[in-house]
Write a protein of this length. Structure first.
Lengths: 327, 263
């Protein structure tokens, strides 16, 4: 064994608790950086999240899917016949977003082949367990409702029932990811636990409306999307201000460095998309501009919160004014 | 019967026999051969393949009962705390993390799919995902040895009995006795960290608790650790409010567009 286990396999067997642990090669091992700056040699007392880019991307995509499912249900209930097409668009966006989101989540797993273990148990204390079940239920329901829309009456009714169920699940799907972040030890996420779900829900509404603004829609559909988007965008801006207040001192990582830039960019993008969408005029170019700005703004919010959380865990060091020897 | 560790830092001599015994018994791979330059601590922190870690704290502060001037050297053999209310266990979506018959917290390597949620669920920063392996790992309190009635390797190897293993109720008694003894000798800084639910409500007490002589922060332990689920209700409630708002907005948007002509 050349991975530091120093085990002579002619006399010993690999049966220890960690015998199957796959070790990194010696070149891959990077010692944690230490310093005399403060705390325990500058080390945080928390481990930073191990998640990669696909997780905040999922927050974004899953948000669009969830909002679309809910909007599809609203259109199904109150839209009447002329909203059938819009309703179908919503269902398909929900189904497709759910599939892409699932792929993004699997991509981050350390053991991708075990992705189905996510449905091995249901654990209400784990927002990730609850979310996995919501995602795994809502996605096929949304796809099923879309597929059955053109079928004959009994089947179509079944499809509508599935659409309603997907619409109900779409709400938690859009923003459970905020609860998932809030229920961690990471100071920024934990301290903003009340405003984070509001921010993610509003952001998912804004991004869903923004995506639909890129499509060609009827006047009525345009009006629906614009109103939904206006509430989402305004909500997103308000919730981000609320988050800065709620987080208190833990907000620091969101105010500096790359996450700070993303956070500010998000506000600027969302605000401009709100302004553009409310300008008079019905041009297609106007809608596309506001849609693109809105999508970018929502994506920036998720990436800013995600990366600021990583920085927040890395900075989780006890008081810097602990007694030190003079240098 | 709940089993646990009582780590009395006042008798730790920093020999790292626990670190070595842990690595050897569990057949853990190395973490590289690096010199940190920070006192005698080269393993730096607990991690996926470091399940015992001896912290060395050199500080310009006198410790009562000693006559070394304004200097004291603290050592602490850190380990997974096997919290009564464990953040990692509550976060695990696959059921890979379980509570064993010894009341310890154990990660089943054949179930863990490496989702990484336990890593941010732990208020002590103990458990970590090993990039090369893909799964999350931490101290098992030598589950395999315990099943055969043996004490964990670190406790067995500890030459000063700084690490005591046993039934948690017994350990609490011993710890209380030791604390009284130290206070009697004038080491008034001594106190127990995480010994019970009363002193650490956020974890409902640790099955692996400590006797310390300075603030927890000095040892890189959080002052008030808390299983994240304790405040979960607030975020779920907020999600419920947000959901209601979203549904109202969707219905409102559809309803208010009535009466407009089709394209």
């Amino acid at each position: 064994m050349n991975d530091g286990r120093s085990i002579d396999l002619t006399v010993a067997t690999l049966e220890g608790e960690a015998a199957q642990q796959i070790a990194p090669s010696r070149e891959e091992i990077e010692p944690p950086p230490v310093s005399v700056a403060g705390g325990y040699y500058g080390r945080p007392y928390l481990k930073p999240p191990v998640w990669i880019w696909s997780i905040p991307t999922y927050f974004f995509v899953g948000g669009i899917a969830g909002s679309a499912m809910t909007m599809g249900w609203a259109a199904q209930m109150f839209g009447g016949r002329e909203f059938r097409r819009f309703e179908q668009h919503c269902r398909w966006v929900g189904a497709l977003g759910g599939c892409v989101g699932t792929a993004l989540l699997i991509h981050d797993l350390g053991r991708k082949e075990r992705f189905l273990f996510m449905l091995r148990v249901f654990r209400p204390t784990s927002a990730m367990s609850v979310g996995s079940w919501v995602l795994a239920t809502a996605t096929p329901l949304s796809a099923g409702s879309a597929l059955l829309a053109r079928a004959d009456r009994p089947l179509r009714q079944l499809g509508d029932t599935a659409g309603a169920a997907a619409g109900l699940l779409g709400m938690p799907l859009a923003a459970y990811t905020a609860v998932l972040l809030a229920n961690t030890a990471v100071p920024l996420w934990r301290e903003s636990r009340r405003s984070l779900p509001l921010l993610f829900a509003a952001s998912s509404m804004a991004s869903m409306a923004s995506l639909f603004e890129l499509m060609s829609l009827s006047n009525r559909e345009q009006a629906v999307v614009r109103r939904f988007g206006t509430i989402g965008r305004a909500g997103e801006l308000a919730a981000s201000l609320q988050l800065e207040r709620e987080a208190g001192p833990a907000v620091k990582p969101l105010r500096q460095g790359a996450p700070g830039t993303l956070w500010n960019a998000a506000s600027v993008l969302t605000a401009s998309s709100l302004v553009v969408s409310l300008l008079p005029g019905k041009g297609r170019k106007k809608r596309i501009l506001s849609g693109v700005l809105g999508l970018l703004g929502s994506a920036c919010v998720r990436f800013a919160v995600f990366h600021a959380g990583k920085a927040s865990a890395r900075a989780a060091s006890p008081e810097p004014e602990l007694p030190r020897f003079p240098e | 019967m709940p089993k646990g560790f009582f780590t009395d830092t006042t008798v730790c001599i920093g020999c790292k026999a626990c670190e070595v015994a842990c690595k050897q018994w569990n057949q853990l791979p190395e973490d590289g051969l690096h010199f940190s330059g920070m006192s005698y601590d080269n393993s730096i922190e607990l991690g996926a393949s470091t399940w015992r870690h001896v912290a060395f704290i050199e500080r310009p502060v006198a410790l009562s009962g000693q006559n070394a001037g304004d200097l004291s050297w603290l050592m602490l053999s850190d380990v997974c705390k096997h919290c009564r209310r464990a953040g990692c266990l509550e976060a695990c979506p696959t059921g890979a993390i379980i509570r064993t018959e010894f009341d310890t917290v154990y990660v089943q390597p054949d179930i863990c799919n490496g989702c990484g949620y336990c890593v941010v669920g732990c208020p002590f920063g103990v458990i970590d995902r090993l990039q090369s392996d893909g799964r999350a790992w931490k101290c098992t309190m030598c589950y395999d040895r315990q099943k055969d009635g043996m004490e964990p390797a670190c406790a067995k190897a500890c030459p000063t009995d700084s690490i005591l293993f046993g039934e948690v109720s017994d350990l609490r008694e011993k710890a209380a006795g030791r604390l009284a003894q130290l206070h009697e000798r004038g080491v008034k800084e001594a106190y127990l960290y995480g010994a019970d639910k009363h002193s650490q409500p956020g974890t409902e007490g640790l099955n692996a608790f400590f006797l310390l002589v300075d603030k927890p922060e000095i040892y890189n332990l959080p002052r008030e650790p808390e299983a994240p689920s304790i405040r979960a209700k607030q975020s779920w409630l907020s999600l419920a409010v947000a959901s209601a708002g979203m549904l109202a907005a969707a219905i409102g948007a559809v309803m208010s567009s009535r009466g407009r002509g089709a394209r």
